[in-house]
Design a protein around this ligand. Structure first.
Ligand code: ZN
Length: 396
């Protein structure tokens, strides 16, 4: 029988808030995720589940029965499914997906971490041990090691954990019960990854090994060697500017760190504007790649960059010091010309415009004043790029 989906009552919201408090206390690094999910009542579901748009389905009877301690631990479990992108990873499994097997594999990987972190999960939960698997494995290897499962009738952890979309889920764009869009999901996931990295780096609190491993993978460095690419751009620009040297590495004063800071270690002096494609065709993986490259550009210039997010419409440019401050708004059609035009109109005008896109866009017909670098997540977009622009393919 399908559960009935409705908003939570005030009483239910209070119960859930108590459980979330327990969840945040036991896994503070998941706070951004725990506060981003969109909770709904799922009467008759008999458990908790999540969907691909980060809606959290809570059976009010189960919530009352479990109490805040267990419900809090299960909230952490559900947040882990979302954070570790078990839905997206299910799509990448070879062959037709055995959903029950994937559910066991992901549950085992999550619970292994959480039990070691001391969370009071219900006793019946799946663990690597209960499946005869080694500890501390990753989801995909557990999946490969588990025998094919007979189809089950009970729900797993929902489409947000890699199950098929349930007939009772509101549609992704439901106006009454909205979920998160791809951009919000990407940003939340990266915020959590940063929080995990900070927790690990400062030693303030413990992070389960699996989560730490996930975060370092999530925050993988940029693929493009931006320092080198931008320095090359600046040199070329200098060669074109007759009689004026614009290529400078500022030399540190003699008294400051002699022989430690070499010119090569300093950032090329270049003003960069970044245009990020946030159209509907950009997947979470594309957006993740784009943000990793934004981080790389910021690091290379050693300061800030102007970021314009753009689908068929360009948002206002924002000065960004950290990729986590980028707001990925969009989801419509694609026209990077609009974003490039907005970048050219900036004051001061950028020397270099970096466009991060899957390549499925029209390009300006005439060369831009600034040097244009297009970072494409899809190889096929390269052929559409004008000859005067520089194209770099970064596979996702
Ligand atoms: Zn689960």
């Amino acid at each position: 029988m399908n559960p009935t989906i409705r908003p939570l009552s005030a009483d239910e919201r209070r119960m859930l808030a108590a459980a979330r408090l327990v969840a945040v206390e036991s896994a503070p690094y998941l706070a951004h995720a725990l506060f981003s999910v969109r909770p709904l009542a799922a009467v008759g579901l008999a458990t908790f589940a999540v969907d691909r748009s980060w809606r959290l389905y809570v059976d009010p009877a189960t919530l009352a029965e479990w109490g805040p301690q267990v419900a809090g631990a299960v909230l952490v479990h559900e947040a882990c499914h979302l954070i570790r992108d078990h839905a997206g990873r299910a799509d990448s499994l070879p062959g037709p997906v055995d959903h029950d097997r994937w559910n066991l594999a992901t549950d085992a990987a999550i619970n292994d971490d959480l039990i070691r972190a001391g969370l009071p999960l219900p006793e019946w939960v799946v663990t690597p041990d209960s499946l005869g698997l080694p500890d501390a494995g990753i989801e995909e290897s557990y999946y490969a090691a588990i025998a094919p499962q007979p189809p089950q009738t009970d729900v797993g952890c929902g489409s947000g954990a890699g199950d098929p979309r349930q007939p009772w889920e509101p549609s992704p764009g439901d106006a009454q019960m909205p979920g998160l869009d791809e951009g919000q999901v990407t940003i939340t996931r990266r915020k959590v990854a940063h929080d995990i990295r900070d927790t690990v780096a400062t030693g303030r609190g413990t992070v389960p090994a699996g989560m730490a491993r996930w975060a370092s993978k999530e925050l993988a460095p940029a693929t493009v060697p931006w320092r080198k690419v931008l320095a090359g751009m600046v040199r070329r620009a200098a060669a074109l500017t007759a009689g004026r040297i614009t290529y400078t590495y500022t030399r540190p004063g003699r008294r400051r760190l002699p022989r430690i800071v070499t010119p090569a270690m300093r950032a090329p002096r270049v003003t960069v504007a970044v245009v990020i494609d946030t159209s509907g065709s950009m997947t979470r993986a594309d957006l993740d790649t784009a943000l990793a490259e934004v981080s790389g550009v910021i690091k290379a210039v050693g300061g800030t960059v102007q970021v314009i997010v753009c689908d068929a419409h360009a948002e206002r440019a924002r000065t960004v010091r950290n990729a986590r401050d980028v707001k990925l708004i969009g989801g419509g059609g694609t026209d990077m010309r609009v974003g490039i035009e907005a970048a050219e109109a900036l004051n001061p005008a950028p020397n270099v415009i970096v466009v991060l896109t899957d390549g499925d866009t029209p390009w300006p017909s005439a060369p831009t004043r600034a040097r244009l670098i297009a970072v494409l997540t899809r190889d096929r977009g390269m052929s559409r790029l004008p000859t005067w622009a520089r194209g770099i393919h970064v596979p996702v």
